[in-house]
Design a protein around this ligand. Structure first.
Ligand SMILES: [Zn+2]
Length: 209
């Protein structure tokens, strides 16, 4: 999956819970960031091809890093979202966000944001394992237990960069823009459609590869 689909997958995961109704749009925005963040290890390209080949899809693409980052992003984003200044700056950056007042600080809300951050962040791993087939490239196993274990896992059902899921998520985005009150149902349908597409590829023996 590319960064866009990872982010959309995370945002839809948060929306489908319905928790954004109480916690606000910040929860979905945070989940989008958390779901895409594992690709930070791709920045190793700045240190050359050798570093990139050893670090990319390893340092950020494991359970330990994704859990840690997801929890950190969830907690920090929650505290930031409570700030009126941060919310208003974000609304200037992304128009049409609801100017709602989030509920005052509570440990239960903090736990909700951390939990959502962790789930969204971890979703990056199976997504990369599934979206990793390519007819001109070798599969790219994900070392989910690194650094404890070097074993990589891959289930290449859909081609990396496949546009069907991108299209489905864009469709969902427009539908949510048109019917914001139906965001939860639209997120459910979007996730269902993407999973059905993966299932379709699976049945077809990796038809999209
Ligand atoms: Zn990745």
């Amino acid at each position: 999956m590319t960064t866009f689909e990872h982010a959309m997958f995370g945002a839809n995961l948060a929306l489908v819970t319905g928790w954004t109704r109480k916690q606000g749009w910040g929860l979905a925005l945070m989940a989008a960031l958390a779901a895409a963040l594992a690709d930070w290890d791709g920045l190793s390209i700045l240190f050359g091809g050798e570093a990139y080949s050893q670090i990319h899809r390893v340092w950020g693409h494991n359970l330990f890093a994704t859990l840690f980052l997801g929890a950190m992003v969830g907690a920090l984003a929650y505290l930031a979202f409570l700030s009126h200044g941060v919310r208003e700056k974000t609304r200037r950056w992304i128009k049409d966000l609801n100017p709602l007042q989030p509920p005052p600080y509570s440990n239960a809300s903090l736990a909700c944001w951390i939990f959502t951050g962790c789930i969204a962040s971890i979703s990056h791993l199976p997504a990369d394992m599934i979206y990793s087939g390519h007819k001109e490239m070798t599969n790219w196993p994900v070392k989910i237990f690194w650094p404890a274990h070097e074993q990589g896992y891959v289930l290449p059902l859909v081609a990396w960069g496949d546009l069907t899921s991108t299209f489905l998520f864009i469709l969902a985005m427009f539908a949510m823009y048109r019917w914001p009150a139906k965001a939860q149902a639209i997120a459910f349908l979007a996730l269902l459609a993407v999973n059905a597409y993966i299932g379709f590829c699976w049945l077809g023996g990796g038809i999209a590869r």
